[in-house]
Design a protein around this ligand. Structure first.
Ligand code: PBG
Length: 327
């Protein structure tokens, strides 16, 4: 029987313990990954205006913040490097003395046993034109020449101690290329997280400030068109076929339908990235007193988990982990 009055759906909602008992989706600190920015040449952390509460770190402040993240029980940290000098091919990216690789080594030593140390594998922070790859004679992003740069980056990051590489560049064939390069060099255990369905999104706006992006124009020749859902699933299946250990949908909240479809289509873990613009919107509304900050943050994360994410990259990872632990 499933009609009123024999059946009363509100019966399941009458007390907090009952609601907790029947809640379908959980949110736990271990399912959160904190993206972190480390900037070459800083002696102390510098705030990012469009992301209140998020900073560009110095090596020292990064170490402290990574330790805080481990203490809060988050599952991992994802490192982004901001170099002092950029060039056309992003030489700082695969230089063992480049800021991202130096920071990775420091963090791996400090917290590598307590959480999963992860690195962004993309050229955009390191190129003087701000694109995610190298350019051909016509100024277009050259897919296959970029793969050569990515292979070199992957080896440098793995050698520095990164346990999981976040492939965010949206080049075709990047997963297979990096799996081959890593295996040939003895890095069989280094994991590959494919940013499979990464959309060309307006919600990356604040991130461009966070990494001092040099980009003019957009990334629409390699990142996905926001209108495409089937193609997001296709990208994820391709990446699994190429050997991705984990696939990702990004941004999160504007693409929850894609997230659900990808979760249903693949048999590897699926992650989502709650990006800078998603963070900034909630922070701005909360700063104005227009929404309850904590409730909105937790609801946003729960919605991403409910849509199918096994883990979520979020700038609130540490704070949310503390709330969830009741601290
Ligand atoms: C590119 C990259 C971007 C983000 C993560 N990796 C920016 C872009 O693709 O333009 C955005 C993350 C965010 O907005 O929080 N390496």
């Amino acid at each position: 029987m499933s009609r009123y009055p024999e059946t009363r759906l509100r019966r399941l909602r009458q007390s907090a313990p009952l609601r907790a008992l029947v809640r379908e989706t959980s949110l736990e600190p271990r399912q959160l990954v904190l993206p972190m920015f480390v900037r070459e040449g800083l002696t102390e952390a510098a705030p990012i205006g469009s992301m209140p509460g998020v900073a560009q770190h110095s090596l020292d402040s990064l170490r402290r913040a990574a330790t805080d993240a481990a203490d809060a029980g988050v599952g991992g940290v994802m490192l982004f490097g901001v170099p002092e000098v950029r060039d056309a091919v992003g030489s700082g990216a695969d230089d063992p003395d480049g800021i991202l690789n130096v920071a990775t080594a420091a963090i791996a030593t400090e917290v590598g046993d307590a959480l999963v140390v992860q690195t962004d594998l993309c050229l955009d922070e390191f190129t003087d034109h701000g694109h995610c790859g190298v350019l051909d004679a016509r100024g277009a992003v050259d897919n296959d020449a970029t793969l050569d740069r990515y292979r070199s980056m992957a080896l440098a990051q793995a050698a520095a101690g990164s346990q999981l590489l976040g492939l965010s560049g949206m080049m075709d064939g990047q997963v297979a290329a990096l799996r081959d390069a890593l295996d040939a060099a003895g890095f069989q255990d280094t994991l590959l997280l494919a940013y499979s369905a990464k959309y060309a999104s307006a919600f990356y706006g604040p991130f461009r400030e966070a990494v001092d992006s040099q980009l003019r124009g957009d990334r629409r020749t390699y990142q996905m068109d926001a209108g495409n859902r089937r193609e997001g699933v296709r990208e994820a299946l391709f990446d699994v076929n190429e050997g991705a250990d984990i696939v990702m949908v990004k941004p999160a909240m504007a693409f929850l339908d894609v997230l659900r479809e990808v979760r249903d289509a693949v048999d590897v873990p699926v992650w989502a990235y709650q990006v800078s613009g998603e963070y900034a919107m909630i922070e701005a509304a909360a700063a104005n007193g227009w929404i309850d900050r904590r409730a909105a943050v937790l609801e946003s994360l729960l919605s991403i988990r409910r849509a199918g994410a096994d883990a979520v990259l979020t700038y609130w990872a540490v704070e949310a982990a503390r709330w969830l632990a009741g601290r």
